[in-house]
Design a protein around this ligand. Structure first.
Ligand SMILES: CC(C)(COP(=O)(O)OP(=O)(O)OC[C@H]1O[C@@H](n2cnc3c(N)ncnc32)[C@H](O)[C@@H]1OP(=O)(O)O)[C@@H](O)C(=O)NCCC(=O)NCCS
Length: 152
């Protein structure tokens, strides 16, 4: 698996080994507050989407990733729309939100396609792999915004 942009390597180990995958799955099983979905394409799992849920506050953070060879085909926005739908309709959420690295224009484009609002920039919010602080963009989608786009 190719690694994608350098700024993503803090999140996804590279090279990505079987042990990395097993560790990731173990963490998923133990994590009670997140719901994770795989994206299957042509018989292979090519990506994943997760909702990190805070039911008390009726909100969830959306996270996602897709194999590099599938980028640019609109696969992730389509799958994420289904997960967002699940969050509002099945979990009764009031808000779904996401953070992206300010340099990650592809991810910001995905959130725009999903009609998330860009709410602000969190300055020097995270620590990058090189130890330097980086900026995050915060996006949110409210229940009423999502409802207004539902057919019928
Ligand atoms: C962000 C990501 C999920 C996008 O998924 P995707 O299915 O490729 O999304 P899309 O096909 O809708 O592409 C989104 C945008 O990326 C850009 N893009 C896609 N492929 C590209 C390419 N080969 N070269 C340059 N830009 C490209 C385009 O701006 C596109 O928007 P457009 O359709 O309006 O032109 C994917 O790039 C990814 O997994 N990235 C690494 C993980 C990541 O960033 N996760 C989010 C952390 S917050």
């Amino acid at each position: 698996m190719r690694s994608g942009p350098r700024y993503l390597r803090r999140i996804v180990p590279y090279p990505y080994t079987r042990a990395d995958a097993e560790e990731y799955i173990a963490r998923c099983v133990l994590d009670q507050r997140s719901t994770r979905f795989g994206i299957e394409y042509e018989g292979h799992v090519v990506g994943g989407i997760e909702l990190h849920i805070d039911l008390d506050k009726r909100r969830a953070e959306l996270g996602y990733g897709l194999a590099v060879r599938c980028w640019g085909g609109g696969l992730l926005p389509e799958a994420a729309a289904a997960v967002v739908h699940y969050g509002f309709s099945e979990l009764g959420l009031e808000k779904v939100f996401a953070f992206t690295d300010v340099r990650n224009s592809r991810s910001q484009r995905v959130l725009e396609k999903l009609r998330f609002q860009r709410e602000g920039v969190l300055r020097r919010h995270e620590i990058g792999r090189d130890g330097k602080r980086i900026e995050h963009v915060y996006f949110g989608l409210l229940r009423e915004e999502w409802e207004s786009r539902q057919p019928g």
